[in-house]
Design a protein around this ligand. Structure first.
Ligand SMILES: [Zn+2]
Length: 120
């Protein structure tokens, strides 16, 4: 069974997000450029998060809800939760890295201003 929902794009155009249920799997595809490269895109994430404002056609809201109801099961939920946990961890590490860079720049700026010993 395939369910195709239209996602808004940044242009006036739309992208097709396909939920393909077959062989005991669900494949979620998007025909946007990221999707074509099998990368995560905002269209699929928005739909997976139940964000109906991403729908190009408002009357597809019930279909999206029906799809999400089917996806609300351990196998799929675990993957989604795991994705967001990893993403959150990386964001936290990035923020810590940024703090380290800020501190390093501050320390070195101070040294430059206050003077560094040289041999005359
Ligand atoms: Zn997409």
């Amino acid at each position: 069974m395939k369910i195709i929902l239209k996602s808004k794009s940044s242009h006036s155009h739309y992208y097709n997000v396909t939920f393909d249920f077959s062989d005991g799997k669900v494949r979620i595809l998007c025909d946007c450029p990221h999707g074509d490269w099998k990368r995560v895109c905002r269209h699929r994430l928005a739909m997976l998060n139940g964000d109906k404002s991403i729908l190009f056609e408002k009357n597809q809201a019930a279909q999206l809800e029906a799809v999400l109801k089917v996806l609300r099961q351990p196998g799929f939920d675990d993957e989604l939760v795991s994705y967001y946990k990893k993403l959150q961890l990386i964001e936290k590490q990035k923020s810590q890295q940024d703090d380290l860079v800020r501190q390093l720049n501050y320390d070195f700026g101070l040294k430059l201003a206050e003077g560094i010993a040289v041999i005359n």
